[in-house]
Design a protein around this ligand. Structure first.
Ligand SMILES: O=C(O)CCC(=O)C(=O)O
Ligand SMILES: [Mn+2]
Length: 206
């Protein structure tokens, strides 16, 4: 794992190739085990349409959305079971950025061919002093980031397999999303697609 100083891409800290190809394969295997016990699902948006991304999680919390709104849940919506532990490799990436406490949520997003994620803020966590750390696997995703208001100007850049990125400081509450992916460009996922892990601290750290 590469833990050297992150580079700044359009004002965002990114470690390009934080995970080696071998580590990406190992993390993918961990995610497959997670998906077996916590099957990915498509949360409903506020206006009753399913999101194009499928999600699952590891750790204590999983983000969830339905007509009642957004929140974190502690048991899988279909199985009723708690989520499996966060993979070690993902914890090691988090600790390269934040050592005061470990994350209690590792959200896993799966983008298939035409999936995207609209501009949003990550603001359902208790303490914005903790970062959101993202790890990308598989096909490149075009990441867009703006400011703390929806109408703030945005800029975008590609996130590639193995890249780690952190939303902290002035970027912690920045609007961001994924415009599209370059489906089939990476060989990591046999059928194509992109996986993104976001590590978060949802509950207040003791
Ligand atoms: O897929 C990504 O890179 C971003 C994911 C994201 O913003 C989220 O899950 O809140
Ligand atoms: Mn987000």
């Amino acid at each position: 794992m590469k833990q050297d100083d992150p580079e700044t891409v359009h004002g965002v800290s990114v470690i390009r190739g934080a995970l080696t190809t071998e580590e990406q394969g190992a993390l993918l295997a961990d995610l497959r085990s997670i998906a077996k016990v916590a099957p990915p699902f498509s949360p409903m948006t506020g206006w009753g349409k399913p999101m194009s991304v499928r999600i699952t999680a590891a750790g204590r919390f999983c983000w969830f959305s339905d007509r009642k709104g957004y929140r974190y849940i502690e048991t899988h919506p279909d199985t009723g079971q708690p989520f499996p532990p966060i993979p070690d490799l993902a914890l090691r990436v988090w600790r390269a950025f934040e050592t005061r406490a470990d994350p209690d949520c590792c959200l896993v997003n799966h983008y298939r061919e035409s999936a995207r994620m609209g501009l949003h803020q990550d603001r359902d966590e208790a303490d914005f002093g903790f970062p959101v750390v993202s790890i990308s696997l598989g096909d490149p995703g075009l990441f867009r980031i703006g400011g703390t208001e929806r109408k703030s100007p945005t800029r975008s850049f590609w996130l590639h397999s193995g890249d780690a990125m952190v939303l902290a400081g002035e970027n912690r509450l920045a609007f961001h999303g994924i415009d599209r992916i370059k489906f089939g460009e990476s060989a990591l996922l046999a059928g194509g697609g992109r996986l993104n892990l976001t590590l978060r601290r949802v509950a207040k750290a003791d």
